[in-house]
Design a protein around this ligand. Structure first.
Ligand code: 4NP
Length: 167
């Protein structure tokens, strides 16, 4: 008798510095894009930070407000720190900026590097920036800008997952 192995969900981890602004927003926006595409059962998303100062915290209130303005609801995430074990537990690890990318690669074993791709790979055509800017020290407009950038990137990412059938 031919048996098919049980398929486990494809797992994506978004990474930023504090895990209170960009990566939880990426997680929320991506989860919504997956649900819209009917893929929410097949793909799991999580987020973490390379630094531990905000571990256990809710996302920054300014980011939650920007997400709400764009129509996204907070799902209860609490900040956590990147672990070396995340390299094996996730299929795709997505740092938000170049510093996050460098820090992830410093924590992970070398053979996991192929799973690590910066968020800018999915930026919409015409976007001239090459990383998700850190909105932490700026005003509300910076948070709105990040949400819009992440929304476009999440849509491109979901299109890629559909094209590649999550392989
Ligand atoms: P995030 O933003 O990396 O997008 O969560 C930041 C959060 C906290 C700090 C900097 C950036 N901080 O310096 O505490």
């Amino acid at each position: 008798m031919k048996t098919t192995p049980p398929t486990r969900p494809f797992r994506i981890l978004f990474v930023c510095l504090g895990n209170i602004c960009r990566s939880p927003a990426a997680e929320i926006v991506c989860r919504a894009a997956l649900a819209e595409a009917g893929l929410d059962g097949q793909v799991q998303v999580d987020s973490c930070g390379t630094a531990s100062y905000h571990t256990g915290s809710r996302p920054d209130a300014r980011m939650l407000a920007a997400l709400e303005r764009a129509g996204f609801a907070y799902g209860g995430h609490r900040a956590r720190t990147l672990r070396r074990a995340d390299a094996a537990e996730f299929d795709l690890i997505i740092p938000q900026d170049r510093e996050n990318l460098r820090d992830v690669l410093a924590v992970f074993p070398a053979e996991a590097a192929a799973k690590v791709r910066p968020m800018s790979e999915w930026f919409p055509a015409g976007e001239t920036r090459c990383e998700v800017p850190d909105p932490y020290y700026g005003g509300a407009e910076g948070f709105d800008d990040v949400v819009q950038l992440l929304r476009g990137a999440a849509q491109q990412l979901v299109h890629e997952l559909i094209r590649k059938e999550l392989q």
